[in-house]
Design a protein around this ligand. Structure first.
Ligand code: FUB
Length: 309
């Protein structure tokens, strides 16, 4: 017990110095972390990488949720959601994000749609608690393949939803692979309104994430492949976005890097995944990591120094 307490204290001290014990979860493979700050805690929603050690393909049958009050000690909660909780979905617990509105928690997820709309699609689940249980909030996908492309063979572009709610309560949904899309959401959070729009960013791959500091919006995203993370800035949530450069390099031993960015107790964090668990970790058996994020005086972002560097 004493040794465990000492480890926990030294972990908190290291984190205050900006060095984390990465990866933060080692008993499971976890990917695509989406962090939510709610009250005095941070929640990390992650996909569960379940590919056997000899299979180099995504195998993800459920999402996981962890919470922490200090960014160092993480508690795992019961599995809050699976793709099979959406009757119209076939599987694939790909990247997702939870946002709170009026005491309800909305979880936008990527799944594999059933054969009525082949390819990936975006669904939304809802709960009264950040740890669930969550249930399908609309009984059908909010975004399907046929809404975003005239080419029926592009089945990969409706993935990686990220959401943002402005101070006046307008919600926006962003998503995409190769092409970045966005649309406004209605007040009910489960229908979109207006036309689907696009944003062109250099070498956009996937994994958009919006955050705001002061007057500036930041749109970070996976760049090229293997993925680095790059970002753009704007004074308006609707753009235009100005590309600003690389935020994080390729993360050890993983082709993907999938970040989220939050402020918690006056510090900024960059939360992502790598493939660093020894022996079998890699692009299909990933692990969530945390590092600190810092700003330059001109509001641009300093490149993240991964604890592994
Ligand atoms: O986890 C499956 C996919 O890998 C995600 O949707 C992408 O962002 C990439 O991380």
């Amino acid at each position: 017990v004493c040794f465990g307490a000492l480890l926990a204290i030294s972990g908190v001290i290291r984190a205050q110095e900006g060095r984390f014990n990465n990866p933060i979860i080692t008993d499971k493979y976890t990917a695509d972390p989406a962090a939510l700050v709610y009250q005095d805690s941070v929640y990390i929603y992650a996909g569960h990488d379940q590919a056997p050690n000899d299979r180099d393909q995504y195998e993800m049958h459920e999402w996981l949720v962890y919470s922490s009050a200090d960014m160092v000690n993480w508690k795992e909660h019961p599995v809050p959601l699976k793709p099979t909780d959406f009757e119209w979905a076939k599987g694939a617990a790909w990247a997702a994000q939870v946002i709170e509105k009026d005491g309800k928690f909305y979880w936008y997820v990527t799944v594999e749609h059933d054969d009525s709309h082949p390819g990936k699609a975006i669904g939304v689940a809802v709960s009264d608690s950040p740890t669930g249980p969550f249930k399908d909030a609309r009984g059908s996908a909010i975004i399907t393949n046929d809404m975003t492309t005239e080419y029926t063979d592009i089945w990969w572009d409706d993935i990686d939803p990220t959401v943002w709610i402005t101070k006046d309560g307008q919600a926006y949904l962003y998503w995409g692979n190769t092409q970045l899309y966005w649309v406004k959401l209605k007040d009910n959070m489960v229908e979109f309104e207006g036309e689907i729009q696009t944003i062109d960013l250099p070498h956009f791959t996937e994994a958009p994430w919006i955050h705001k500091k002061g007057d500036w919006y930041y749109l970070s995203f996976a760049y090229k492949f293997p993925e680095k993370i790059a970002y753009a800035m704007s004074k308006s949530i609707e753009g235009p976005w100005e590309y600003k450069g690389i935020l994080n390099e390729v993360a050890g031993n993983s082709n993907t890097n999938h970040q989220s960015i939050i402020e918690f107790k006056d510090k900024w964090y960059f939360i992502y995944h790598n493939g660093s668990i020894p022996t079998h970790g890699g692009s299909y058996r990933r692990s969530v990591c945390i590092d600190r994020l810092y700003y330059n005086d001109d509001h641009t972002l300093k490149r993240v120094i991964m604890t592994s560097e």
